[in-house]
Design a protein. Structure first.
Length: 125
């Protein structure tokens, strides 16, 4: 059985600066469950062009307000909203306020991944 608290992860190698916030990684590949669970912070006022070429990602918003844009369609994000990038969708993630998402990745993240947001295109892993 795996049991972890957020306080077990903060300021460890599982607390990763992903580019526009922090990804606190509860479950990663070496935990051998086949998926990852992260508690992710998105910095207020940030915009990130992201794409997951190797993962399906679902995110459940538990705090803050923002939006996600895919294929020209903008979806508002607020607490109690979930979205799933089920087609490796390229998307913009924008945080109007500090946001907190619980994210699920399949297959699992190795644990060290972070985005390169300074390039002209989308950042992916």
């Amino acid at each position: 059985m795996i049991v972890k608290k957020l306080s077990d992860i903060v300021n460890t190698e599982r607390d990763v600066d992903w580019g526009n916030g922090r990804s606190r990684r509860f479950l990663i590949e070496k935990d051998n469950v086949g998926y990852s669970v992260t508690d992710t912070i998105i910095n207020e006022g940030s915009e990130s062009l992201l794409e997951y070429k190797n993962h399906i990602e679902s995110c459940y918003c538990i705090e803050g307000h923002g939006e996600i844009e895919s294929d020209g369609v903008v979806y508002p994000l607020s607490p109690d909203t979930i979205y799933c990038l089920n087609n490796n969708d390229k998307h913009y993630l924008r945080a109007k306020t500090k946001m907190r998402l619980i994210c699920f990745f399949s297959p699992a993240l190795k644990g060290h991944e972070s985005h390169q947001l300074n390039s002209d295109g989308s950042s992916s892993y």
